[in-house]
Design a binder for this molecule. Structure first.
Ligand code: UTP
Length: 289
């Protein structure tokens, strides 16, 4: 029941962050000095993941370059005596076995996950959305894996979202089991007001069982004309049931402008190199607005 494989869908078009994402994948948007997707890969690795499949698309080659070696750059940095930085750069390529696969058409998150069928085989696997960075002492993915090991069925990473925003997310029907763990029997993607089941939404992480692929094959385009992962997980929830965990950690939505700014400010304030100076700067700005 060990989970060692993860899929990171990163093939979306990122239309909410244009024009920044016209040529730059949103997953490569930096939070201070690291691209969003590196935080996500590091979370997966810290959770025991060994093999990672990143689903990409045309124009996302930068993601592959980032997880490759960069011998000339490393040598140049070494020549400047910056050994630690050179090690940091080399370490990125050794974080995990990282594989890449192109989603040939951007048909939705469900379709992107379905591209991972042969990579996944018969194992349960983690899905970490490529634009959802979650930072906390206990990696969110690890929290879900522990719940999978206890309950043996698919697990959703959930949190409450503000009532005014629930129509932009999914909404779940949940029953409390214990502590931060729930049973989920139904869900809907981007609900209208009268369809809201709760303010709990799937936020960027889940553990799925391989039966999801046969279900995904049957899913028709849903909200926004996309093959929605939520619609496939709903089938699991309605039949065998799924478990949900209200994960700890702060989630930053790198798919929207405000989320990107929040991530940069909060991570910047904690940054060992620039945190103190940034705090002084922010306080000064705050006193004038
Ligand atoms: P989003 O719906 O946030 O991505 O998908 P998007 O389509 O890029 O966003 P907007 O609405 O145009 O701004 C969540 C995750 O699923 C991936 C995205 O890259 C993101 O990490 N995704 C989405 C795919 O891999 N393929 C798709 O067809 C759609």
């Amino acid at each position: 029941m060990k989970i060692t494989k993860a899929v990171i869908p990163a093939a979306g078009l990122g239309t909410r962050v244009l024009p920044a994402t016209k040529a730059l994948p949103k997953e490569m948007l930096p939070i201070v000095d690291k691209p969003a997707i590196q935080y996500i890969v590091e979370e997966a690795v810290a959770s025991g993941i060994i093999d990672i499949l990143i689903i990409t698309n045309r124009g996302k080659e930068l993601i592959e370059d980032h997880f490759d070696r960069s011998p000339e750059l490393e040598q140049r940095i070494l020549n400047c005596g910056k050994v630690e930085l050179a090690d940091d750069l080399a370490r990125i390529s050794k974080l995990a076995n990282i594989y890449f696969l192109r989603q040939k058409e951007t048909l939705g998150l469900g379709h992107a996950v379905n591209c991972a069928r042969s990579f996944v085989g018969s194992d349960a696997f983690a899905v970490l959305y490529g634009d959802d960075v979650i930072i906390g002492d206990d990696p969110a993915c690890a929290q879900l894996i522990r719940v999978y090991q206890e309950f043996g069925r698919a697990v959703l990473g959930i949190n409450k979202v503000p009532a005014a925003d629930i129509s932009k997310y999914s909404s779940l029907r949940v029953d409390h089991i214990k502590e931060n763990i729930f049973s989920c029997t139904d869900m809907i993607e981007k609900p209208a007001k009268d369809q809201v089941m709760s303010l709990y939404s799937i936020l960027g992480r889940c553990i799925l069982t391989p039966d999801i692929f046969d279900i995904l094959d049957t899913i028709k385009p849903g909200v926004g004309g996309e093959i929605q992962l939520t619609d496939a997980i709903k089938v699991l929830a309605n039949t065998v049931g799924v478990t949900a965990v209200e994960f700890t950690g702060v989630r930053y939505d790198m798919g929207n402008k405000l989320g990107i700014l929040k991530a940069c400010i909060e991570v910047g304030l904690r940054h060992p190199e620039i945190g103190a100076d940034f705090k002084t700067y922010l306080k000064d700005i705050a006193s004038r607005i």
